[in-house]
Design a protein around this ligand. Sequence first.
Ligand code: NAX
Length: 328
Amino acid sequence: VSQPVNVTVTGAAGQIGYALLFRVASGQLLGPDTPVRLRLLEVPQAVKAAEGTAMELDDCAFPLLAGIDIHDDATAAFDGTNVALLVGARPRTAGMERGDLLSANGGIFGPQGAAINAGAASDVRVLVVGNPANTNAWIAAQHAPDVPADRFTAMTRLDHNRALAQLAARTRSTVSDIQRLAIWGNHSATQYPDLTHATISGRPALEVVDDEAWVRDTFIPTVAKRGAAIIEARGASSAASAANAAIDHVHTWVHGTPEGDWTSAGVVSDGSYGVPEGLVSSFPVTSSGGEWRIVPDLDVDDFSRERIDASVAELVEEREAVRALGLV
Ligand code: NAX
């Protein structure tokens, strides 16, 4: 058993936090041999609720949980942190313009990036869940010049998992039969869930599906609008599935992707596939040795090109809006 790993979770008193913390503390994030020390960051008015969650974490008597600290100050919460899960964000409320949303989140993710830059451990890995996740990750990275940019990532694993589930249901296969599915672009309704390289038990997925219209008119919009469908059904946004995807993302980052397969994550673009360098965009990625790598040299057909370009254009717009607001 190794030294405890410090895991900071922001928005700890929120609904994703409640679904996430118990799984982190039970060892599902980093594995059964790695103790964790939790650092919970909340706004002052939610600290009491975070304390309640911490009481319940104590009451689970998790053998791997080495301690819990609760903070309302980012500098303290990220001091020495190894894994930072940035879940807390300012949600869009009625009547809020996009600029207001970006401003509010710039005011959160800029200072948090700076706090990570100032005090996080040298191996820090950051996953941004709070929306707009890609742009929030980009803002945080801009404020952390001493941290390698590839340590900042945004979550599109939930979109990836949603796509796996939809494809498995349609083809009466299981999710573990499916490989090489990919989410490209922004974690938003413009995202592109791509089946062109996917296989089901080794056969091309598009051949198994054999229905272009289903892919275009049902599969893609169902995955891209799943968040809204959950809100409509549940009366609250995705929480347990989002927490599950965050666990998957970090677990894969640390433990790697299986041979022959890949996953999806929002990572800093190296210019691959025409995505402007520096943007945090979702790509098909492999992980090994604790580092993500964008899957190289894939053929991109005309339909995919158009979809990727549209989502990346939205990311460029968000970046320009953030710059125009003076948030970076
Ligand atoms: P909740 O509103 O339940 O919880 C958010 C928590 O963050 C609150 O407790 C709030 O006090 C806290 N918070 C706000 N500002 C903070 C700050 N500066 N520092 C620390 N904590 C702060 O939202 P929840 O349902 O948990 O969702 C959290 C975020 O995840 C939202 O931005 C949401 O849009 C985003 N999502 C992202 C997904 C993804 O796939 N990337 C999917 C699920 C989810 O929609």
